[in-house]
Design a protein. Structure first.
Length: 363
């Protein structure tokens, strides 16, 4: 679990320290910084996986990552506190070109079990990288590096946005690509087939959940491809029909919901699940069902979600909500306090308070 996050000079986030809980639902209008917060974890993952250079290029260069560019910000700083035990930190700086480099990475170790978050004062610091293009931390399995490798591999940012006809979720995939559900759902058929073989209870629960929001769906008919057994497709059956159907037959909202249900209902959940706007393309009934799945998953895993859906927000307690606003050209994050809102919550739902602009994160 990620207990605390510090972000400085990253995109629209000027200076942020944000404690996290098991369930964190970010709300706010377009352009206030919700997705930038999610992107921070993607960048941290890219640093760990030695993809910082390609990540920077994909984002248009280091100036697009620095808060208001290099004329305003000289460096990006990030820190993630895992379980109040190890805190991984990094500093990124711009190079002469539009590339960036890793000025340093390291960790703070809470060797005395301190309750304070005074990392530089009370925790023990170790540096792992200095002035490098890519981090060398990945794969080091000795000392504290072993735990850092475990923690940094424990979270994934999932994007099931691409539901087009060319979406990797719809087509064939390698049948043995099933160790984990990929962040874009490209191995959805293979992963479901693996669950069918090894965890039938979870597989049947996923099928039943899909049927609850898509009554025409009967069941999956997953099997190795008859011509190329190393491949598998997302084949399925419709109620009262013998028509051949596969992943291309699902609506955009349904295939996105299938990926979300698979992610959230698997028995062995990822330790940290991060999803950007999961409600896209979903019917209100499906959004309510999704909220139930998110809450259930948060009992055994940490979940971080950004949303613009009032319907989705209505399903969560105020304490689960983090309102994001823009102030003085910088993103501001504030967790709601259920006790302070008790008078309003006696009459209105959380979503209604959001619509009335009484809790920030203005729509």
């Amino acid at each position: 679990m990620i207990e605390n996050v510090i972000i400085k000079n990253f995109k629209s986030i000027r200076d942020l320290e944000l404690p996290l809980t098991n369930l964190n639902v970010l709300i706010g209008s377009n352009g206030v910084g919700k997705s930038n917060f999610i992107s921070f974890f993607e960048m941290a993952k890219a640093i760990f996986e030695q993809r910082f250079g390609s990540y920077t290029l994909e984002k248009g260069g280091i100036d697009n990552l620095l808060y208001r560019g290099r004329k305003v910000s000289k460096e990006i700083y990030g820190l993630m506190d895992f379980k109040n035990t190890n805190a991984f930190f990094f500093t990124l700086k711009p190079a002469q070109s539009n590339k960036g480099y890793i000025d340093n990475t390291g960790d703070y170790f809470n060797r005395r079990g301190e309750g304070t978050k005074d990392y530089s004062g009370q925790w023990h610091r170790t540096f792992w990288d200095s002035a490098v293009e890519e981090s060398n931390l990945m794969g080091k399995m000795y000392g504290r590096a072993y735990y850092l490798n475990s923690y940094l591999g424990s979270f994934t940012v999932y994007h099931f946005h691409d539901t087009s006809s060319s979406s990797p979720m719809r087509g064939q995939c390698e049948i043995n690509d099933n160790s984990f559900l990929r962040d874009n759902g490209s191995n959805l058929a293979a992963y479901l087939y693996m669950l069918k073989q090894t965890d039938e209870k979870a597989f049947r629960l996923i099928e039943g959940t899909i049927h609850s929001i898509a009554p025409y769906f009967k069941r999956f008919n997953l099997r190795p491809d008859p011509v190329t057994p190393s491949k598998i497709s997302l084949e399925w059956e419709e109620v009262n029909s013998d028509m051949y159907l596969n992943g291309y037959s699902f609506s955009d909202g349904t295939i996105r919901f299938i990926a979300l249900a698979t992610l959230l209902l698997q028995s062995k959940l990822p330790e940290v699940i991060i999803i950007d706007e999961p409600e896209l393309g979903l019917h209100p009934q499906a959004i309510n069902r999704l909220a139930t799945l998110i809450k259930k998953a948060s009992a055994n895993s940490q979940v971080i979600v950004s949303t613009q859906s009032v319907n989705l927000v209505d399903n969560f307690d105020a304490d689960d909500i983090i309102a994001v606003d823009m102030k003085d050209h910088a993103s501001c994050f504030r967790r709601l306090d259920k006790k302070k809102l008790s008078v309003w919550l006696d009459e209105y739902s959380t979503g209604e308070l959001w619509e009335k602009n009484l809790i920030g994160g203005q729509l």
